[in-house]
Design a protein around this ligand. Structure first.
Ligand code: SAH
Length: 264
């Protein structure tokens, strides 16, 4: 495709090297400089880099250093692939990088990726938006050392009783359970925890709000986990089969299909 001298902020996907986009892979193969977080991005993916590419691990670098490396390369006419886990737009801390690059007049472009929330839903075999159950997905995190704005308190979000997907919250699970119970979720409410979705050691733990903390402890899950709390993750739904989407309902007219009258 012929890369430009700029920074490509690329979503690497959740772990499985085949879950990067075709565009992301092309950039990875052609970039002159590659920066990636070795603890989160699959090193197998980085093997796709061309032999002469400069490959750097960003884990030990401070923001200024990271930006300096990227800006210097671009000024020399090089293309830079900044590889982020999942999709860069969620908890990717890309704004601060874009801000510095912008201030230095360095061009950048974002290439989306498969977020771990969707890889987790796939691993668990669930639809996050089930007609009549919930049509909304909240992507959030429990408050830890990183503060969450007051108006986004978990207990208030939980009051919507929709699908809630929690990033970065594995160590704060008791707090999470407490907030949901306070928002009047039943302790039997279904929860699925996916540890390292799409990696070879992936684990899917189906549990309930009441057993969540204990089941995570038993499975030794303390990081890299997606916690999805939702009526839509009830493992019985697939077999029940009463949640048919209006999209396939004969009497429902939408943009692509003209509905048939119900008693026509
Ligand atoms: N931008 C990333 C999220 C980065 S924040 C994305 O779109 O997925 C890191 C958090 O993402 C982890 O604490 C965990 O909650 C989640 N996460 C990342 N990779 C994961 C995976 N393979 N399986 C489950 N959760 C994952």
């Amino acid at each position: 495709m012929g890369l430009e001298a700029k920074v490509y902020i690329v979503g690497a996907g959740p772990g499985d090297p085949e879950l990067i986009t075709v565009k992301g892979m092309k950039i990875l193969q052609e970039a002159d400089t590659i920066l990636y977080t070795d603890s989160l991005v699959n090193p197998l993916l980085i093997e796709a880099a061309k032999p002469e590419a400069k490959v750097l691990k960003s884990a030990g670098m401070a923001l200024e250093e990271l930006v300096e490396v990227m800006a210097t390369a671009v000024r020399k006419g090089k293309s830079v692939a900044r590889i982020h886990t999942g999709d860069p737009a969620v908890y990717g801390a890309i704004l601060e990088q874009m801000s510095h690059l912008h201030n230095q007049g360095i061009a950048y472009e974002i290439i989306p990726g498969v977020s771990s929330v969707f890889a987790s839903a796939a691993a668990a075999g669930v639809e996050l938006t089930v007609p009549d159950l919930t049509q909304t997905v909240i992507l959030t995190r429990a408050e830890g050392r990183t503060p969450v704005p007051e108006r986004e308190k978990l207990v208030d979000l939980a009051k919507h009783h929709c699908t809630v997907s929690l990033f970065l919250s594995a160590t704060l699970i008791k707090k999470v359970v407490h907030a949901f119970l306070e928002a009047e979720w039943k302790s039997e409410a279904p929860v699925v925890v996916v540890y390292r979705a799409s990696w070879p050691d992936e684990k899917v733990v189906r549990t309930s709000l009441g057993n969540l903390a204990e089941d995570m402890r038993k499975n030794g899950i303390t990081k890299q986990a997606m916690v999805i709390i939702s009526p839509a993750v009830d493992p019985n739904l697939v077999a029940q089969g009463n949640y048919e989407s209006k999209l396939y309902d004969k009497s429902f007219t939408h943009g692509y299909r003209k509905g048939e009258p119900e008693h026509g």
